[in-house]
Design a protein around this ligand. Structure first.
Ligand SMILES: [Zn+2]
Length: 251
């Protein structure tokens, strides 16, 4: 999976003082960046300008995007494992948000070290924290989803397109619905907790990044299937629009 970006330096050189509506920095001049780590990526354009960015998209968001690309390209079996990975990383994200919500001084790294080894522990922590924070039961993960994922991963089970899309829709609806609940119930505290998580993840690498001779460090949010509610109102719409203009994720 890649990110299609623009090079700020080339953009400014070409676009200059033109009226914003007349684009002279054309589509073909956007550089592509292969995503092989999270949350950082490095951009180098054809003119050798270098930039460093941190992605503000969450890892679950990237995994969901990649799993959907798998279906689009006919790799149905592979999509199941990646969708499931997106769910598990989503639970991790929520657990961290909830712990900061209850205690901003939580040493999350220490807690995660203990529960990260077993997905069942993570699920238990997610359920309990959801109930404690939102005052209602979470939607419990359907057992048959986990069984299918395990058969795919451990027994080489093959699946067809419908099974893969059924799994994808389940994950899409689960994350979208949960996020809108978090939004409405946690309000401004959600952004606070989210920023705290970003800081924890990025702080150790900031120095490393500044040592590399890349120009500037910026944070960028790439519109995705999960985050772009207007463009992708439901799961099916992820398969209807395949062309992107400007900045975005590509296969
Ligand atoms: Zn450039």
């Amino acid at each position: 999976m890649k990110i299609r970006m623009l090079c700020p330096q080339c953009f400014e050189a070409v676009q200059g003082n033109n009226i914003p509506d007349i684009l002279t920095y054309l589509d073909w001049s956007f550089p592509f960046v292969q995503i092989d780590k999270w949350p950082y990526f490095e951009l180098e354009c054809a003119n050798e300008h270098k930039y460093k960015y941190t992605l503000s998209n969450e890892l679950y968001d990237l995994l969901f995007q990649q799993a959907t690309y798998c279906i689009q390209d006919g790799y149905f079996r592979e999509s199941i494992g990646t969708y499931h990975a997106a769910m598990e990383r989503y639970f991790e994200y929520c657990i961290e948000i909830f712990t900061y919500y209850h205690n901003p001084d939580t040493d999350f790294k220490k807690l995660w070290k203990i529960i990260s080894k077993q997905s069942e522990r993570q699920l238990g922590a997610f359920y309990s924290l959801w109930l404690a924070t939102l005052g209602e039961n979470p939607v419990f993960l359907e057992e048959k989803r986990v069984e299918l994922r395990n058969k795919v991963i451990h027994q080489g089970k093959l699946v067809n397109e419908n099974e893969a899309k059924d799994y994808g829709k389940y994950v899409f609806d689960y994350i979208r619905n949960s996020n809108s609940k978090l939004d409405s119930k946690l309000g401004e505290r959600l952004a606070e907790c989210h920023n705290k998580r970003r800081y924890r993840i990025c702080k150790d690498d900031i120095k490393k990044l500044t040592d590399i001779s890349a120009k500037g460090i910026g944070s960028v949010n790439i519109p995705s299937y999960l985050s772009d509610v207007t463009e992708y109102p439901d799961y099916l719409s992820c398969f209807q629009k395949t062309q992107i203009n400007g900045i975005g994720f590509v296969k």
